[in-house]
Design a protein around this ligand. Structure first.
Ligand code: BYC
Ligand code: FE
Ligand code: FE
Length: 469
């Protein structure tokens, strides 16, 4: 078991104290990170004490420590899951060979690219969410927002460590650039589409953590399979933190749904806006938006990048080792969606090239589970939320130049224009949701558009002072 040196300037279990060069490199990056956090992290509450969990050990038990800290004093650290003795590569052309402890020269640029794309999303999400602290529906939610933010900051640290440790000068340059690109910046935007969209309100935040952080889960799970063992161990630990982010989204939307249903029952109407609620049709439009932009994050249905990553052993499938095929996929084929002959259909493609689609399928099945849970609440009023068709509102892949309705019909431009206000959030929706966003700061009190959580954080009561105001 590797020891975590939590008191070091940079808490870590990678033996930083023994690697003076790396230590110096990271210690010169650290002030830039703190600068970035102060400039582009949460716009307020930097001097307030927040009840946060900090990773202090990587073992199954007791890896987290809870206590009140000011965010700029958060112990961002570098934590790799414990190594698996004699770990072997589980897929691709190097199947069965020992996992790599260093980067093979021939895969250097591809691996660097993957780390940069992954790392870029982490600070992007903090930037997207930076104003939400002004309008939190409770201090329980405010604390959860900050927990997500500091952990996304730590995820950036995770990728920056790998870049500094294994990629020399190029890696250091890439690490600096992670703090120079910014979400929505017209000159230097973040790399992936969804990370340049604003997260203007808490409804968007809950859907973002439900759908977009879940892309994080699936991408990290694929990278955990990597032959490059330090990446695998890094992602393994990041996934433990990721679970909380998706919990915030799943329970956040669950609480909105609960409140909507309560208001519908009390007032005997589906139009809950006069009572400060969010009606189900509006929830559906927000869901459609966040689901579709997150589906884009998986890339095109067929991709030579994806095939190369897999064959090389850089990026596997979700739960690679539980699959019963040959883990090489040279001869395998699968159907992928396409648009042809005026309709939606499928075509056969090499399974290797179609790995983005395979991961997207796994992701979609996972997304559906939470929707089913929300629908158990909505069943009380005879309504439901539906996952939009995979082709709806897509900007990447086979559907990008086509209009597909949420229920999966190929529609022409005129139909799209006439219908889109029922399918995606309108300016009026956004204005209405914004009108609900007021900070509620008394412990245990909740804004009127969502129900309270069923339990507090880490066995504390719901009315605990999660943020000392
Ligand atoms: N926006 O061959 P294709 C997270 C580019 S989220 C803009 O299909 P590929 C988090 C693509 O880069 C997880 N561009 O792409 C969540 C390629 O460009 P190049 C993030 C896009 O490489 C919440 C070109 O289009 N991690 O952690 O097979 C909060 C051709 O496309 C987009 C990762 O993504 C897009 N949506 O697949 C905080 C893991 N989609 O190379 C954090 C690492 C595609 O031709 N990334 N493009 O210049 C990857 O594995 C792959 O890069 C992708 C794309 C799956 C993203
Ligand atoms: Fe993350
Ligand atoms: Fe996350």
């Amino acid at each position: 078991m590797t020891i975590v040196d939590i008191d070091a300037k940079i808490p870590n279990n990678v033996g930083l104290a023994e690697d003076r060069r790396l230590q110096r490199a990271l210690e010169s990056w650290q002030p830039k990170f703190i600068e970035w956090w102060k400039d582009l992290g949460p716009v307020a509450f930097q001097d307030n004490e927040v009840y946060l969990r900090t990773a202090i050990s990587v073992g199954q038990e007791g890896w987290a420590n809870f206590g009140h800290v000011k965010m700029p004093d958060y112990r961002w650290g570098i934590f790799l899951a414990d190594p698996e003795p004699d770990r072997r590569i589980a897929f691709g052309d190097h199947l069965g060979a020992p996992a790599w402890q260093d980067v093979p020269g021939e895969y250097r640029s591809e691996l660097r690219r993957l780390l940069v794309v992954q790392g870029d999303t982490e600070p992007a999400s903090v930037e997207q969410q930076r104003s939400l602290c002004l309008t939190a529906p409770s201090i329980y939610d405010l604390r959860n927002l900050f927990q997500v933010n500091v952990e996304e900051g730590r995820h950036l640290w995770a990728m920056v460590y790998l870049l500094h440790r294994y990629f020399g000068r190029d890696g250091r340059d890439e690490a600096d650039e992670m703090l120079e690109r910014h979400s929505g910046d017209s000159d230097k935007p973040r790399i992936l589409g969804a990370f340049n969209e604003p997260t203007p309100d808490w409804l968007s935040f809950f859907f973002f953590t439900y759908f977009t952080d879940r892309d994080g889960k699936y991408q990290l799970a694929s990278l955990r399979e990597s032959a490059f063992d330090p990446l695998s161990r890094t992602c393994d630990f990041m996934l433990k933190e990721e679970a909380h982010h998706m919990f915030v989204g799943a329970t956040g939307i669950g609480r909105v749904v609960q409140r909507t249903v309560d208001l519908m029952q009390v007032h005997d109407t589906a139009d809950v806006a006069p009572f400060g609620g969010i009606d189900v049709a509006m929830l559906q439009r927000y869901l459609n938006f966040h689901c579709s932009v997150s589906l884009d994050l998986f890339g095109a249905e067929t991709s030579t990048n994806a095939a190369n990553y897999y064959a090389a052993g850089l990026k596997g499938r979700f739960q690679e080792e539980r699959r019963t095929d040959d883990h090489r996929l040279h001869d395998a084929v699968r159907e992928v969606p396409t648009v042809a002959g005026g309709g939606l259909t499928t075509r056969s493609a090499p399974a290797l090239a179609a790995l983005n689609e395979t991961l997207r399928d796994d992701y979609i099945a996972d997304c559906q589970k939470g929707i089913d849970r929300w629908n158990r609440t909505l069943a009380e009023v005879g309504l439901e939320l539906r996952r939009p068709h995979v082709g709806f509102n897509r900007a990447v892949g086979a559907f990008r130049d086509h209009h597909v309705s949420p229920d999966g019909r190929l529609v022409d431009d005129a139909t799209w224009q006439a219908s889109v206000d029922g399918w995606l959030p309108t300016a009026d929706d956004r204005t209405y949701v914004e009108s609900l966003m007021h900070a509620v700061t008394a412990p245990g009190k909740m804004a009127g558009w969502l129900a309270g959580p069923s339990t507090g954080v880490h066995a504390k009561p719901v009315d605990y002072e999660y943020v000392r105001i």
